[in-house]
Design a protein around this ligand. Structure first.
Ligand code: PMP
Ligand code: GLN
Length: 394
Protein backbone atom coordinates (compact mmCIF):
# COMPACT_ATOMS: atom_id res chain seq x y z
CA UNK A 1 0.00 0.00 0.00
CA UNK A 2 1.17 3.50 -0.68
CA UNK A 3 0.87 6.07 2.05
CA UNK A 4 -0.08 8.91 -0.28
CA UNK A 5 -3.67 10.14 -0.41
CA UNK A 6 -3.81 9.20 -4.09
CA UNK A 7 -6.36 6.43 -4.81
CA UNK A 8 -4.83 3.11 -5.82
CA UNK A 9 -7.19 2.52 -8.75
CA UNK A 10 -6.70 5.00 -11.57
CA UNK A 11 -9.32 7.52 -12.57
CA UNK A 12 -10.22 5.76 -15.82
CA UNK A 13 -11.45 2.66 -13.97
CA UNK A 14 -12.59 4.12 -10.65
CA UNK A 15 -16.25 4.38 -11.64
CA UNK A 16 -16.59 0.72 -12.62
CA UNK A 17 -16.02 -1.36 -9.46
CA UNK A 18 -16.73 -5.11 -9.57
CA UNK A 19 -18.78 -6.36 -12.53
CA UNK A 20 -22.42 -6.94 -11.75
CA UNK A 21 -22.04 -10.52 -13.04
CA UNK A 22 -19.48 -11.38 -10.39
CA UNK A 23 -21.53 -9.66 -7.69
CA UNK A 24 -24.76 -11.40 -8.61
CA UNK A 25 -23.20 -14.84 -9.18
CA UNK A 26 -21.61 -14.57 -5.72
CA UNK A 27 -25.01 -13.65 -4.28
CA UNK A 28 -26.52 -16.73 -5.95
CA UNK A 29 -23.86 -18.95 -4.37
CA UNK A 30 -24.15 -17.41 -0.89
CA UNK A 31 -27.97 -17.58 -0.84
CA UNK A 32 -28.43 -20.83 -2.77
CA UNK A 33 -30.76 -18.98 -5.17
CA UNK A 34 -31.29 -20.01 -8.80
CA UNK A 35 -28.85 -17.96 -10.87
CA UNK A 36 -30.65 -16.37 -13.81
CA UNK A 37 -28.19 -13.47 -13.64
CA UNK A 38 -24.92 -14.14 -15.43
CA UNK A 39 -25.47 -15.47 -18.94
CA UNK A 40 -23.92 -18.92 -19.05
CA UNK A 41 -25.58 -22.24 -19.90
CA UNK A 42 -25.88 -24.81 -17.09
CA UNK A 43 -25.16 -27.69 -19.46
CA UNK A 44 -22.16 -28.16 -21.71
CA UNK A 45 -22.26 -27.89 -25.49
CA UNK A 46 -21.86 -30.76 -27.99
CA UNK A 47 -20.02 -33.79 -26.63
CA UNK A 48 -18.09 -34.27 -29.87
CA UNK A 49 -16.68 -30.76 -29.57
CA UNK A 50 -15.52 -31.37 -26.02
CA UNK A 51 -13.94 -34.60 -27.27
CA UNK A 52 -12.20 -32.63 -30.02
CA UNK A 53 -10.65 -30.42 -27.31
CA UNK A 54 -9.55 -33.50 -25.34
CA UNK A 55 -7.99 -34.95 -28.50
CA UNK A 56 -6.13 -31.72 -29.21
CA UNK A 57 -4.79 -31.66 -25.64
CA UNK A 58 -3.70 -35.31 -25.84
CA UNK A 59 -2.17 -34.93 -29.28
CA UNK A 60 -0.20 -31.89 -28.18
CA UNK A 61 -1.96 -29.52 -30.55
CA UNK A 62 -2.04 -26.03 -29.06
CA UNK A 63 -0.33 -26.94 -25.79
CA UNK A 64 2.42 -24.45 -26.61
CA UNK A 65 1.81 -20.88 -27.83
CA UNK A 66 -0.35 -21.02 -30.94
CA UNK A 67 0.41 -18.53 -33.74
CA UNK A 68 -0.44 -14.88 -32.90
CA UNK A 69 -3.40 -14.58 -35.31
CA UNK A 70 -4.84 -17.96 -34.23
CA UNK A 71 -4.34 -21.52 -35.52
CA UNK A 72 -4.83 -21.79 -39.30
CA UNK A 73 -7.57 -24.42 -38.86
CA UNK A 74 -9.71 -21.99 -36.85
CA UNK A 75 -9.05 -18.98 -39.07
CA UNK A 76 -10.10 -21.07 -42.08
CA UNK A 77 -13.20 -22.30 -40.24
CA UNK A 78 -14.20 -18.71 -39.37
CA UNK A 79 -13.82 -17.68 -43.02
CA UNK A 80 -15.85 -20.66 -44.16
CA UNK A 81 -18.57 -19.86 -41.58
CA UNK A 82 -18.87 -16.25 -42.76
CA UNK A 83 -19.02 -17.42 -46.37
CA UNK A 84 -21.54 -20.19 -45.83
CA UNK A 85 -23.87 -18.13 -43.61
CA UNK A 86 -23.60 -14.64 -45.00
CA UNK A 87 -21.79 -14.87 -48.33
CA UNK A 88 -19.03 -12.68 -46.87
CA UNK A 89 -15.50 -13.50 -47.99
CA UNK A 90 -12.37 -12.96 -45.90
CA UNK A 91 -8.74 -13.96 -46.30
CA UNK A 92 -7.81 -16.34 -43.45
CA UNK A 93 -4.25 -15.01 -43.34
CA UNK A 94 -4.85 -11.27 -43.26
CA UNK A 95 -8.48 -10.73 -42.34
CA UNK A 96 -9.10 -12.94 -39.29
CA UNK A 97 -7.77 -12.67 -35.74
CA UNK A 98 -8.52 -15.15 -32.97
CA UNK A 99 -8.96 -13.54 -29.53
CA UNK A 100 -9.51 -14.50 -25.88
CA UNK A 101 -13.28 -14.37 -26.23
CA UNK A 102 -15.27 -11.48 -27.62
CA UNK A 103 -14.23 -9.55 -24.51
CA UNK A 104 -10.64 -9.29 -25.67
CA UNK A 105 -11.74 -8.52 -29.23
CA UNK A 106 -13.77 -5.56 -27.92
CA UNK A 107 -10.93 -4.34 -25.71
CA UNK A 108 -8.25 -4.68 -28.38
CA UNK A 109 -10.44 -3.00 -31.02
CA UNK A 110 -11.12 0.02 -28.84
CA UNK A 111 -7.53 0.27 -27.59
CA UNK A 112 -6.24 0.09 -31.15
CA UNK A 113 -8.69 2.37 -32.92
CA UNK A 114 -9.31 5.22 -30.46
CA UNK A 115 -7.21 8.27 -29.72
CA UNK A 116 -7.82 9.89 -26.34
CA UNK A 117 -10.86 12.15 -26.59
CA UNK A 118 -12.43 10.28 -29.53
CA UNK A 119 -16.16 9.79 -29.19
CA UNK A 120 -17.76 6.35 -29.47
CA UNK A 121 -21.47 6.19 -30.19
CA UNK A 122 -22.91 3.04 -28.60
CA UNK A 123 -26.39 1.63 -28.09
CA UNK A 124 -27.55 2.00 -24.50
CA UNK A 125 -28.13 -0.18 -22.48
CA UNK A 126 -24.68 -1.59 -23.28
CA UNK A 127 -22.81 -4.69 -22.32
CA UNK A 128 -20.72 -3.68 -19.33
CA UNK A 129 -17.26 -4.13 -20.81
CA UNK A 130 -17.94 -1.51 -23.51
CA UNK A 131 -17.96 1.41 -21.10
CA UNK A 132 -14.88 0.18 -19.25
CA UNK A 133 -12.91 -0.46 -22.45
CA UNK A 134 -13.83 2.90 -23.96
CA UNK A 135 -12.60 4.46 -20.71
CA UNK A 136 -9.36 2.45 -20.74
CA UNK A 137 -8.75 3.64 -24.29
CA UNK A 138 -9.30 7.26 -23.19
CA UNK A 139 -12.39 7.59 -25.38
CA UNK A 140 -15.68 9.23 -24.56
CA UNK A 141 -18.88 7.22 -24.75
CA UNK A 142 -21.94 8.77 -26.31
CA UNK A 143 -24.99 6.63 -25.57
CA UNK A 144 -28.01 6.35 -27.82
CA UNK A 145 -30.80 4.86 -25.74
CA UNK A 146 -32.98 2.01 -26.99
CA UNK A 147 -36.48 2.77 -25.79
CA UNK A 148 -39.39 0.51 -24.87
CA UNK A 149 -41.85 0.25 -27.69
CA UNK A 150 -44.67 -2.28 -27.28
CA UNK A 151 -43.08 -5.55 -26.25
CA UNK A 152 -39.54 -4.69 -27.42
CA UNK A 153 -36.87 -2.00 -27.31
CA UNK A 154 -36.26 0.08 -30.43
CA UNK A 155 -33.52 2.30 -31.79
CA UNK A 156 -34.44 5.86 -32.76
CA UNK A 157 -32.46 6.48 -35.94
CA UNK A 158 -32.77 10.26 -35.64
CA UNK A 159 -31.23 10.11 -32.17
CA UNK A 160 -28.43 8.01 -33.59
CA UNK A 161 -27.75 10.53 -36.38
CA UNK A 162 -27.82 13.40 -33.88
CA UNK A 163 -25.31 11.66 -31.62
CA UNK A 164 -22.60 11.71 -34.32
CA UNK A 165 -20.29 14.74 -34.14
CA UNK A 166 -16.97 15.72 -35.73
CA UNK A 167 -15.26 13.98 -32.83
CA UNK A 168 -17.00 10.63 -33.42
CA UNK A 169 -14.49 7.95 -34.39
CA UNK A 170 -16.61 4.87 -34.31
CA UNK A 171 -20.01 3.30 -33.84
CA UNK A 172 -20.13 0.38 -31.44
CA UNK A 173 -23.09 -1.80 -32.38
CA UNK A 174 -24.45 -4.98 -30.80
CA UNK A 175 -27.04 -7.14 -32.52
CA UNK A 176 -28.68 -9.36 -31.30
CA UNK A 177 -28.56 -7.00 -28.36
CA UNK A 178 -27.69 -7.80 -24.76
CA UNK A 179 -29.64 -7.11 -22.50
CA UNK A 180 -32.80 -6.12 -24.43
CA UNK A 181 -32.94 -9.04 -26.89
CA UNK A 182 -33.52 -6.60 -29.76
CA UNK A 183 -32.40 -7.81 -33.18
CA UNK A 184 -31.76 -4.83 -35.43
CA UNK A 185 -33.67 -5.12 -38.70
CA UNK A 186 -32.12 -4.91 -42.14
CA UNK A 187 -33.68 -1.45 -42.51
CA UNK A 188 -32.18 -0.20 -39.25
CA UNK A 189 -28.80 -1.66 -40.08
CA UNK A 190 -28.93 -0.13 -43.54
CA UNK A 191 -29.55 3.28 -41.98
CA UNK A 192 -26.60 2.73 -39.61
CA UNK A 193 -24.44 1.73 -42.57
CA UNK A 194 -25.46 4.83 -44.54
CA UNK A 195 -24.58 7.01 -41.56
CA UNK A 196 -21.18 5.33 -41.17
CA UNK A 197 -20.40 5.85 -44.85
CA UNK A 198 -21.66 9.45 -44.90
CA UNK A 199 -19.67 10.43 -41.79
CA UNK A 200 -16.72 8.16 -42.63
CA UNK A 201 -16.88 6.25 -39.35
CA UNK A 202 -15.40 2.95 -38.32
CA UNK A 203 -17.84 0.40 -36.94
CA UNK A 204 -17.18 -2.27 -34.33
CA UNK A 205 -20.05 -4.74 -34.25
CA UNK A 206 -20.51 -7.35 -31.54
CA UNK A 207 -22.43 -10.25 -33.06
CA UNK A 208 -21.79 -12.94 -30.44
CA UNK A 209 -25.48 -13.93 -30.40
CA UNK A 210 -25.66 -14.24 -34.21
CA UNK A 211 -27.06 -17.78 -34.00
CA UNK A 212 -29.63 -16.97 -31.30
CA UNK A 213 -32.45 -15.31 -33.22
CA UNK A 214 -36.06 -16.44 -32.88
CA UNK A 215 -39.47 -16.26 -34.55
CA UNK A 216 -38.06 -15.91 -38.05
CA UNK A 217 -35.97 -12.83 -37.19
CA UNK A 218 -32.88 -12.56 -39.39
CA UNK A 219 -29.37 -11.76 -38.20
CA UNK A 220 -27.85 -9.37 -40.74
CA UNK A 221 -24.11 -8.78 -40.30
CA UNK A 222 -23.31 -5.08 -40.68
CA UNK A 223 -20.28 -5.97 -42.77
CA UNK A 224 -22.59 -7.38 -45.46
CA UNK A 225 -24.20 -4.00 -46.18
CA UNK A 226 -23.01 -1.62 -48.92
CA UNK A 227 -19.88 0.33 -48.03
CA UNK A 228 -19.33 -1.61 -44.79
CA UNK A 229 -16.99 -4.47 -45.67
CA UNK A 230 -13.83 -2.42 -45.20
CA UNK A 231 -14.85 -0.16 -42.32
CA UNK A 232 -16.32 -2.80 -40.03
CA UNK A 233 -14.69 -4.91 -37.33
CA UNK A 234 -17.01 -7.87 -36.76
CA UNK A 235 -16.72 -9.77 -33.49
CA UNK A 236 -17.85 -13.36 -32.93
CA UNK A 237 -17.47 -15.87 -30.10
CA UNK A 238 -17.69 -19.62 -29.59
CA UNK A 239 -18.96 -19.18 -26.02
CA UNK A 240 -22.59 -18.47 -26.86
CA UNK A 241 -22.92 -20.49 -30.05
CA UNK A 242 -21.46 -23.72 -28.69
CA UNK A 243 -22.26 -23.39 -24.97
CA UNK A 244 -18.66 -23.37 -23.81
CA UNK A 245 -18.39 -19.90 -22.30
CA UNK A 246 -15.36 -20.87 -20.21
CA UNK A 247 -13.19 -21.62 -23.24
CA UNK A 248 -12.99 -17.97 -24.21
CA UNK A 249 -12.44 -18.34 -27.93
CA UNK A 250 -13.51 -15.32 -29.96
CA UNK A 251 -12.56 -13.78 -33.26
CA UNK A 252 -12.46 -10.66 -35.36
CA UNK A 253 -13.06 -10.44 -39.09
CA UNK A 254 -12.20 -7.20 -40.88
CA UNK A 255 -10.09 -5.67 -43.64
CA UNK A 256 -6.31 -6.27 -43.33
CA UNK A 257 -5.50 -2.78 -42.01
CA UNK A 258 -8.11 -3.08 -39.26
CA UNK A 259 -7.09 -6.61 -38.31
CA UNK A 260 -3.46 -5.46 -38.17
CA UNK A 261 -4.45 -2.59 -35.87
CA UNK A 262 -6.50 -4.79 -33.54
CA UNK A 263 -3.68 -7.31 -33.47
CA UNK A 264 -1.24 -4.57 -32.45
CA UNK A 265 -3.20 -4.16 -29.22
CA UNK A 266 -4.12 -7.83 -28.78
CA UNK A 267 -0.50 -9.02 -28.91
CA UNK A 268 0.24 -7.06 -25.73
CA UNK A 269 -2.91 -8.12 -23.90
CA UNK A 270 -2.83 -11.92 -24.04
CA UNK A 271 -0.61 -12.46 -27.10
CA UNK A 272 -2.43 -15.80 -27.60
CA UNK A 273 -4.79 -18.05 -25.64
CA UNK A 274 -6.80 -21.28 -25.54
CA UNK A 275 -4.53 -23.27 -27.92
CA UNK A 276 -6.26 -26.69 -27.83
CA UNK A 277 -9.72 -25.13 -27.70
CA UNK A 278 -9.04 -23.31 -30.95
CA UNK A 279 -8.85 -26.67 -32.74
CA UNK A 280 -12.11 -27.79 -31.14
CA UNK A 281 -13.90 -24.58 -32.12
CA UNK A 282 -12.67 -25.03 -35.70
CA UNK A 283 -14.58 -28.33 -35.73
CA UNK A 284 -17.59 -26.74 -34.03
CA UNK A 285 -17.92 -24.04 -36.70
CA UNK A 286 -18.15 -26.77 -39.31
CA UNK A 287 -21.07 -28.54 -37.60
CA UNK A 288 -24.02 -29.08 -39.94
CA UNK A 289 -26.91 -26.60 -40.10
CA UNK A 290 -29.01 -29.03 -38.07
CA UNK A 291 -26.87 -28.29 -34.99
CA UNK A 292 -27.51 -24.55 -35.27
CA UNK A 293 -31.24 -24.91 -35.91
CA UNK A 294 -31.74 -27.40 -33.04
CA UNK A 295 -29.79 -25.12 -30.69
CA UNK A 296 -31.91 -22.13 -31.69
CA UNK A 297 -35.15 -24.07 -31.30
CA UNK A 298 -34.12 -25.32 -27.87
CA UNK A 299 -33.36 -21.76 -26.73
CA UNK A 300 -36.63 -20.47 -28.16
CA UNK A 301 -38.55 -23.03 -26.10
CA UNK A 302 -36.62 -21.96 -22.98
CA UNK A 303 -37.41 -18.34 -23.72
CA UNK A 304 -41.10 -19.13 -24.03
CA UNK A 305 -41.13 -21.10 -20.78
CA UNK A 306 -39.47 -18.34 -18.76
CA UNK A 307 -41.42 -15.54 -20.46
CA UNK A 308 -44.70 -17.24 -19.58
CA UNK A 309 -43.59 -17.71 -15.96
CA UNK A 310 -42.49 -14.09 -15.62
CA UNK A 311 -45.76 -12.84 -17.12
CA UNK A 312 -47.77 -15.04 -14.75
CA UNK A 313 -45.80 -13.70 -11.80
CA UNK A 314 -46.85 -10.21 -12.89
CA UNK A 315 -43.72 -8.82 -14.54
CA UNK A 316 -43.96 -6.71 -17.68
CA UNK A 317 -42.20 -8.91 -20.25
CA UNK A 318 -40.29 -7.65 -23.30
CA UNK A 319 -40.21 -10.48 -25.77
CA UNK A 320 -36.62 -10.94 -26.96
CA UNK A 321 -36.10 -11.70 -30.66
CA UNK A 322 -32.60 -12.94 -29.83
CA UNK A 323 -29.89 -13.64 -27.19
CA UNK A 324 -30.03 -15.50 -23.86
CA UNK A 325 -31.99 -12.81 -22.03
CA UNK A 326 -35.45 -11.50 -21.18
CA UNK A 327 -35.73 -7.91 -19.99
CA UNK A 328 -38.69 -7.30 -17.68
CA UNK A 329 -40.41 -4.23 -16.26
CA UNK A 330 -40.90 -4.42 -12.49
CA UNK A 331 -43.33 -1.50 -12.26
CA UNK A 332 -46.42 -3.73 -12.62
CA UNK A 333 -45.19 -5.42 -9.41
CA UNK A 334 -45.15 -2.07 -7.65
CA UNK A 335 -41.36 -1.63 -7.79
CA UNK A 336 -39.24 0.96 -9.54
CA UNK A 337 -35.65 0.41 -8.49
CA UNK A 338 -34.08 -2.59 -10.23
CA UNK A 339 -30.97 -2.52 -8.02
CA UNK A 340 -32.92 -2.77 -4.79
CA UNK A 341 -35.25 -5.33 -6.38
CA UNK A 342 -32.37 -7.59 -7.52
CA UNK A 343 -30.55 -7.35 -4.18
CA UNK A 344 -33.74 -8.46 -2.39
CA UNK A 345 -34.83 -11.08 -4.94
CA UNK A 346 -32.76 -14.04 -3.63
CA UNK A 347 -34.29 -13.61 -0.17
CA UNK A 348 -37.78 -12.94 -1.46
CA UNK A 349 -38.01 -15.49 -4.27
CA UNK A 350 -34.81 -17.57 -4.33
CA UNK A 351 -33.84 -16.25 -7.77
CA UNK A 352 -31.01 -14.01 -8.98
CA UNK A 353 -31.41 -11.49 -11.82
CA UNK A 354 -29.48 -8.47 -13.14
CA UNK A 355 -30.62 -4.84 -12.81
CA UNK A 356 -30.44 -3.35 -16.31
CA UNK A 357 -29.51 0.05 -14.86
CA UNK A 358 -25.87 -1.12 -14.70
CA UNK A 359 -25.87 -1.07 -18.50
CA UNK A 360 -26.95 2.59 -18.67
CA UNK A 361 -25.24 5.95 -18.30
CA UNK A 362 -28.74 7.34 -17.90
CA UNK A 363 -29.37 5.19 -14.85
CA UNK A 364 -32.91 6.47 -14.42
CA UNK A 365 -33.83 5.26 -17.93
CA UNK A 366 -32.86 1.70 -16.92
CA UNK A 367 -34.10 1.78 -13.32
CA UNK A 368 -37.33 -0.25 -13.70
CA UNK A 369 -35.83 -2.99 -15.90
CA UNK A 370 -34.46 -6.33 -14.75
CA UNK A 371 -32.82 -9.03 -16.88
CA UNK A 372 -33.31 -12.80 -16.55
CA UNK A 373 -31.18 -15.37 -18.42
CA UNK A 374 -32.99 -18.36 -19.91
CA UNK A 375 -29.95 -20.40 -21.03
CA UNK A 376 -30.68 -22.93 -18.27
CA UNK A 377 -32.16 -26.43 -18.03
CA UNK A 378 -35.93 -26.65 -18.44
CA UNK A 379 -36.45 -27.91 -14.89
CA UNK A 380 -34.40 -25.02 -13.50
CA UNK A 381 -36.45 -22.49 -15.47
CA UNK A 382 -39.69 -24.13 -14.36
CA UNK A 383 -38.53 -24.05 -10.74
CA UNK A 384 -37.52 -20.37 -11.03
CA UNK A 385 -40.85 -19.50 -12.65
CA UNK A 386 -42.72 -21.27 -9.85
CA UNK A 387 -40.70 -19.44 -7.17
CA UNK A 388 -41.40 -16.08 -8.84
CA UNK A 389 -45.10 -16.88 -9.13
CA UNK A 390 -45.26 -17.78 -5.44
CA UNK A 391 -43.40 -14.64 -4.44
CA UNK A 392 -45.31 -12.14 -6.59
CA UNK A 393 -48.54 -13.44 -8.14
CA UNK A 394 -51.61 -12.60 -6.08
N1 PMP B 1 -20.53 -9.28 -25.97
C1 PMP B 1 -21.75 -9.49 -25.48
C2 PMP B 1 -22.91 -8.74 -26.00
C3 PMP B 1 -21.91 -10.44 -24.47
O1 PMP B 1 -23.11 -10.68 -23.95
C4 PMP B 1 -20.78 -11.13 -24.00
C5 PMP B 1 -20.91 -12.04 -22.82
N2 PMP B 1 -21.18 -13.19 -23.04
C6 PMP B 1 -19.54 -10.88 -24.57
C7 PMP B 1 -19.46 -9.93 -25.55
C8 PMP B 1 -18.30 -11.59 -24.11
O2 PMP B 1 -18.10 -12.75 -24.81
P1 PMP B 1 -16.90 -13.75 -24.47
O3 PMP B 1 -17.34 -14.61 -23.35
O4 PMP B 1 -16.65 -14.48 -25.74
O5 PMP B 1 -15.72 -12.91 -24.08
N1 GLN C 1 -22.09 -11.91 -21.18
C1 GLN C 1 -22.57 -12.45 -19.97
C2 GLN C 1 -23.84 -11.73 -19.54
O1 GLN C 1 -24.21 -10.71 -20.10
C3 GLN C 1 -21.61 -12.35 -18.82
C4 GLN C 1 -20.17 -12.37 -19.08
C5 GLN C 1 -19.39 -11.94 -17.88
O2 GLN C 1 -19.63 -12.43 -16.78
N2 GLN C 1 -18.51 -11.02 -18.06
O3 GLN C 1 -24.44 -12.19 -18.63
Amino acid sequence: MTSSARPILNRRLAEFGTTIFAEMSALAVSTGAINLGQGFPDTDGPEEIREAAVRALRDGRGNQYPPGPGVPELRTAVVEHQRRRYDLSYDPDTEVLVTAGATEAIAASLLALLEPGDEVVALEPYYDSYAACIAMAGGKRVPVTLRPYGSSFRLDLDELRDAVTDRTRLLLINTPHNPTGTVLSREELTAIAELAVERDLLVVTDEVYEHLVFDGAEHVPLASLPGMRDRTVTIGSAGKTFSYTGWKVGWVTAAPELVMAVRSAKQYLTYVSAGPFQYAVAEALALPDTYFSAFREDMRAKRDLLAAGLAEAGFGVFRPAGTYFITTDIRPLGHGDGFAFCRALPERAGVVAIPNAVFYDHREAGAPFVRFAFCKRTEVLADAAERLRKAFAH
